[in-house]
Design a protein around this ligand. Structure first.
Ligand code: IDP
Ligand code: MG
Length: 140
């Protein structure tokens, strides 16, 4: 299986509770490597551009307000089948529906404040990684 990279974001509900290390441990225990990482405060235009695909959804404004409500940790995860593997580790969007042992089930507060973002395809991952990182920032 191919070594892939995916974009992960530890969301404001998780930085607020100081559990970024606990979340990173889940990635590392599953064999994913954090090959780039930066703690930032998103601006409203940055959040809106990042989630532009959801611009027409009813939750878009609330989602953007949430994503700028505190710091986030943007990161690149690398490993075998990283895109799908990270989606599996994260669990379903709604923590109530996520499998026991998944990040969202164990740490998520609500369907919105669900602790982590992960790219949903290899193509999306390339776009999302380039949104936050240059090749020089990624050290595998
Ligand atoms: P994903 O993060 O599992 O890929 P998406 O459908 O891409 O889920 O939604 C992006 C983010 O928007 C979710 O992670 C969550 O924070 C938020 N979101 C999704 N659906 C809802 C909803 O029905 N109400 C409120 N927020 C939502
Ligand atoms: Mg998504």
């Amino acid at each position: 299986m191919a070594i892939e990279r995916t974009l992960s974001i530890i969301k404001p509900d998780a930085t607020r509770r100081n559990i970024t290390g606990k979340i990173n441990m889940r990635f590392e225990e599953a064999g994913l490597r954090v090959v780039a990482q930066r703690r930032i405060r998103l601006t409203r235009p940055q959040a809106e551009a990042f989630y532009a695909v959801h611009a027409e959804r009813s939750f878009f404004n609330d989602l953007c307000a949430f994503m700028i409500s505190g710091p986030v940790v943007v990161q690149v995860l690398e490993g075998e089948n990283a895109v799908q593997k990270n989606r599996d580790i994260m669990g379903a969007t709604n923590p109530a529906n996520a499998k026991p042992g998944s990040i969202r089930r164990d740490f998520g507060e609500s369907i919105e404040a669900n602790s982590v973002h992960g790219s949903d395809s290899a193509e999306t991952a390339a776009t999302e990684i380039a949104y936050f990182f240059g090749e020089i920032d990624i050290v595998g």
